[in-house]
Design a protein around this ligand. Sequence first.
Ligand SMILES: *Cc1c(COP(=O)(O)O)cnc(C)c1O
Length: 361
Amino acid sequence: MAGQSNYWSDHVADLAPYTPGEQPRVDGLLKLNTNEHPYAPSPRALEAIRAAAGDGLRLYPDYDSVALRQAVAALHGVDPAQVFPGNGSDEVLAHIFDGLFRKAGRPLLMPDISYSFYKTYCRLYRIECELIPLAEDFSVRASDYASHGGQPAGIVFANPNAPTGMEMTQADIELILRAHPGVPVVVDEAYVDFGARSAVPLMARYPNLVVVHTLSKSRALAGLRVGYALGSVELVEGLRRIKDSFNSYPLDRLAQAGAVAAIEDREHFEQGCRAVIQAREELSLSLAAMGFEVLPSRANFVFARHPGRDAAQLAAALREQRILVRHFKTPRIEQFLRISVGTPEDCERLCSVLAGILTAG
Ligand SMILES: *Cc1c(COP(=O)(O)O)cnc(C)c1O
């Protein structure tokens, strides 16, 4: 398609839209490419969505998502006024970039390798960003952020990081928060429920901390589009001003009802996370036994490279055998594959197909 058009606004030609992983339109493919949950969402959430799908849809939803904000607040032990929900955490992040990071002459700091949507938002909102390289072992080096001179507009990183899956320590996050009071520090915890430690308890001591969560991964509700940010009342008020200048009803009735029920079904949630964590540990061992270098993951995916095989070719060979994994043509990580953790059966199928590809030479 054309890179520009006379119909478009001035900045549209310069955008660099995010490319999501393939969502196949044919059946029978094993999808290990977009980190969806391998098991079904909470039956209580599905029931709540069915119950909400009635005459009430004639009416606008609660623009303030009061019940959802209360459920999230109870889950994390914060005040409902500290909860900012949105139509997927991608939308929440977009409002964060727009509402907290657009400050003239001050750069946004983020890792060179992280969730690639961050760079897309920088283009969209014309935010100058300064990429801080990950360390040699692909960890985020907190001291690089803490010792950064000047006043950044903000700092954003994912913990566990995407697509490495690696976790930062609480002490490292605190180092960054302490070094930059008055600067919003956004921790995207999309994968935190798979065994990492959440930064939420630090909110009581650091009013500059914003934590972002999603129901897409650990609550198996990617199709419902619900995410939220947690932060001080002052920060959240800024985000609400942005939201109400954009779309005051971002969460429909079905999404609000389903999200509340999913959050309240703790048992289903914990069981699902445990199953994924166990499958991840087994998958990591199997891949290592096949000669892969596997980064230590606290997410629902693993990031691995094979010393003797080109990652793009491996991904293509897997695709031929009806298995989708994610490959990024990004410098430093172009020899890695990101593989979502499926059921034990999914992981076995992946490993046996991979073993076949590797022995075929
Ligand atoms: C999946 C993901 C998101 C987006 O989640 P949605 O709530 O589905 O929009 C945000 N950040 C990271 C790091 C993710 O991996």
